[in-house]
Design a protein around this ligand. Structure first.
Ligand SMILES: Cc1ncc(COP(=O)(O)O)c(C=O)c1O
Length: 427
């Protein structure tokens, strides 16, 4: 088709690099169309079913046409009350469900719109990296600057935040946190949160904590809520999600809790953009929170077993891997000689030679380069199968490295530079 010169995108679109996961997904879909059985350890898209009681409730309510009207945008009173009750039960945090809880169409939507409400050109957002892409791009789309804070030991990480606050003018306006962390699996404890609250008060920044993996926890580890720390509510909010906890990723339901002024801001901007979550889904969400604790525990056990199978298999292949204590992913350093082709090329080669989809570390920003993220979303047998296929494909990869080393490296460097450039030009 001839190019139509009338179609011109907004300037902000230039800030968005090619979505690397989209590229991997495209190859995966093409292979599947050709009849290949691709084992998908790429996206954190749960394969297990939502709890039966939740599905039944949705089916019941959806028959009532009253549920088809525009929903209560901020979330049904009873759903918000149930979220507040869950915080009381799980973290001993008391929330006023009217002013300190708002429902969102998943946490990704909530974080994006909250950034639009809080920051714009001239503002700066601090994002620990590697990062789940929306933590960076929500801020960039809102027009603000993004400063990466490479994740490190707690002490170094806190020092880096403080240094940034001391050296930047105007000072950073928001710090986005995410624990249990995607993709690295790094955890927070209450001491870290206490220090963050102290820094936020000292330097006057707000905190957004993405708590999407709150309940996917292993080996007796319990993930703390940011709001457990005294003073947290004065500086920030926390996002929760039904996507992973209840295998409801496609249902699009999450929430934001904490600072009432921030929540008011989010409600205001959402009022312009959307009408909230389909009421039938909200009512089913009440059932999830009220009656599905056992299913949540069972799902965490399933992920833990898959984690064990995957980590054992990688270790047997001689890959250095640390078992995560939470989340849906294993974050693994690509060993030599394969690391030299770069994570994107490695992921593409794995798809081509092993029929296994993985996420390249570079997709989480330049600090993710050299790593792969493997999602625990296939069953144990499929994970074992994936490990066998990866093992079988590695010699093929070595041949390719020898024959096209330079081209591969150049290609990956190009992708890495593109990511870096896009973040830089927003600084
Ligand atoms: C850290 C993190 N936050 C948020 C999301 C998206 O959650 P939701 O489905 O609630 O938008 C994901 C999904 O993978 C995630 O990993």
């Amino acid at each position: 088709m001839p190019k139509n010169n009338n179609i011109q995108f907004a300037k902000r679109m230039e800030q968005l690099p090619p979505y690397l996961f989209g590229m991997i997904n495209k190859i995966k879909m093409e292979k599947r169309w050709q009849g290949d059985d691709v084992i998908d350890l790429g996206m954190g898209n749960p394969i297990d079913p939502a709890p039966e009681a939740v599905i039944e409730k949705l089916c019941d309510v959806v028959r009532d046409h009253k549920s088809h009207r525009y929903p209560v945008a901020a979330g049904l009173k009873n759903l918000r009350r149930e979220i507040a009750l869950a915080y009381q039960k799980d973290y001993e945090v008391e929330l006023d469900s009217e002013s300190e809880v708002i429902c969102t169409i998943g946490s990704k939507e909530g974080i994006s719109h909250l950034c639009l409400a809080l920051v714009g050109p001239g503002d700066t957002v601090l994002v620990p990296t590697p990062a789940f892409p929306i933590h960076i791009y929500a801020a960039i789309i809102a027009g603000s600057n993004v400063i990466r804070i490479p994740l490190a030991s707690e002490e170094v990480f806190l020092e880096r935040i403080a240094n940034m606050c001391e050296s930047l003018y105007p000072r950073p306006k928001i710090l986005i946190l995410n624990y249990p962390h995607n993709p690295t699996g790094i955890l927070a404890n209450l001491d870290l949160f206490r220090e963050i609250v102290a820094l936020a008060k000292k330097y006057n920044f707000m905190v957004i904590h993405d708590f999407a993996y709150a309940k996917i926890i292993f080996d007796d580890y319990v993930a703390p809520s940011f709001l457990e720390v005294p003073g947290a509510r004065e500086v920030g909010v926390e996002f929760g999600s039904f996507s992973k906890t209840y295998n409801m990723a496609g249902w699009r339901m999450g929430y934001c809790v904490g600072n009432r002024e921030i929540i008011q801001g989010l409600a205001k901007i959402k009022g312009y953009y959307d009408y909230g979550i389909f009421s039938a889904i909200q009512i089913a969400g009440i059932v999830a929170l009220r009656h599905c604790d056992e299913e949540v525990l069972q799902q965490a056990r399933i992920y833990q077993q898959r984690r064990d199978v995957l980590c054992r298999g990688l270790q047997q292949m001689g890959w250095p891997v640390t078992k995560p204590k939470a989340g849906m992913f294993v974050w693994v350093k690509i060993p030599e000689p394969y690391a030299q082709i770069g994570s994107m090329n490695f992921a593409v080669q794995m798809m081509q030679h092993a029929n296994v989809a993985v996420s390249p570390g570079i997709g989480f920003g330049e600090d993710g380069e050299g790593y792969l993220r493997l999602a625990l979303v296939e069953n144990e047998n499929r994970i074992r199968q994936a490990l066998r296929q990866i093992k079988r494909a590695l010699p093929k990869l070595t041949e390719d490295i020898d024959s096209s080393n330079q081209a591969n490296t150049a290609n990956n460097n190009h992708l890495a530079a593109a990511c870096k450039e896009k973040i830089r030009c927003s600084l």
